[in-house]
Write a protein that binds this ligand. Sequence first.
Ligand code: PXP
Length: 250
Amino acid sequence: MGYLRLGVNIDHVATIRNARGGLHPDPVRAARVAAEAGADGITAHLREDRRHISDVDIERLVREIDLPLNFEMAATEEMLEIALRHRPHAVCIVPEKREEVTTEGGLDAAGQHNRLKRYCQELGAAGCRVSLFIEADERQLEAATSLGAPVVEIHAGAYCEVEDDARPAELARVIEAAEVAERLGLECHVGHGLSFDTVGPIAAIPSVAELNIGHFLIGEAIFGGLESSIKRMRALMDNARAAATGQISA
Ligand code: PXP
């Protein structure tokens, strides 16, 4: 059981900026604050409709930020070209529908196997660590293995969004998926919808190597500042992981 990385997703800093069309608040400044607050990486999703992160944001993140960039993208020719131009540390392939508010559901890695194969190969050959954002589903995990992706990110939306009494069952699905991923030799990340209240049980899963968290951290920053919200998340993650390894009592 190793260190649990925190990737801070800065998309919604850009959402607020774009609401007025100017330059403030600057997502690259947020990435700098995240680095100082203990983030291990920066995550940004360049959507087809550019509703938050822009092409210039990605160029600046690559140029100005030392932390590894996890570039989230849909499997389209346009995004592949951009990723191959910038060669970020990691690329997470996500499903994308124009009309959705956020990424609803995971990628159908099994159903789109033939189409995704070339994306995984080209991005991997360019030196990017390829991750597939999938549901906690064994079929999808097996598809990720046969696509040659070294990493999967399990969609935590169902776990985060259900009523409290149904959450243990959703947690059990994520735990099982993380175990299957480990058995298959896949590095396992988890993301989407995590908050101070939901992060602990996920951080305690021993084989999970990274969490990617955005919307909650940016929202919470309104009340206590970005540095404080990231530091608190980092502490909750570290405490849950330490308790799970028996280093401190839960
Ligand atoms: N991981 C992936 C693959 C995502 O698509 C998103 C949302 O953009 C996140 C993590 C972060 O989710 P949230 O903003 O809900 O924390």
